[in-house]
Design a protein around this ligand. Sequence first.
Ligand SMILES: Nc1ncnc2c1ncn2[C@@H]1O[C@H](COP(=O)(O)OP(=O)(O)OP(=O)(O)O)[C@@H](O)[C@H]1O
Length: 238
Amino acid sequence: MITAENLAKSFGSRVLWQDLHLTVGAGEMVALVGASGSGKTTLLNCLGLLDRPSGGRILFEGTDLTRLGPGGRRRFRRDRLGYLFQDYALIENATVRANLDVARRRGVRPDHARALERVGLAGREEERAHHLSGGEQQRVALARLMVKEPSLVLADEPTGALDGDNAAMVVDVLRQLSREGCAVVVATHNDGVRAACDRAFDVGSGREAERGDSAGWVVERAAERVGRAGRAEHANRR
Ligand SMILES: Nc1ncnc2c1ncn2[C@@H]1O[C@H](COP(=O)(O)OP(=O)(O)OP(=O)(O)O)[C@@H](O)[C@H]1O
């Protein structure tokens, strides 16, 4: 589905990475891990055409994305790509319905009700995004992804600001999208999110990361762990 080949990125004289190779297939969910500053967000931004690599190629279904012109880049982002950010990136003063309509593809009638029901927000179409809690806003962003039906999902710390239940919901929906054939790439510091992925790629070393948890990669358990960790963190903050 998507392959980064010999990818390099520098900011001035600072080399973030070079000769980076990563392939994520349809139906796979891969965690990007690594120390803060190792370049996880930058890699997502390169894959999503929000930033340009300094060298190498990004092949998506055989097309080199780095060589696309402005029209091709726009079409790729509009038709194939779904992004999930830590800060939700909703249109704050618009309704939930309008936020979902943004993702709507030409000629497709999106099933808002089904997507909102899946994320536990049935019947909330007419509420303004900024009236929703942070967790609810991320669930709208998840519903927006489901409505868009992208081939590739890039998620940047999507559970970073959430309590346990909302974080578990994010993991569940991302897993569902990957089961439906989407390639999912998630930058995360969260062990539970990482454990829910098929594998983890360490951006700092440019290698597959060791499996951190020998107890297994069972998604349900991972979701529980995300939940427990988030609930504990939430309780500590109060
Ligand atoms: N536009 C830019 N100009 C200069 N340096 C940049 C730019 N964007 C990112 N960087 C630097 O690149 C490095 C990698 O940043 P990035 O946000 O990709 O790391 P990260 O692994 O996602 O970090 P974190 O885990 O803390 O979110 C950082 O040192 C950052 O300061």
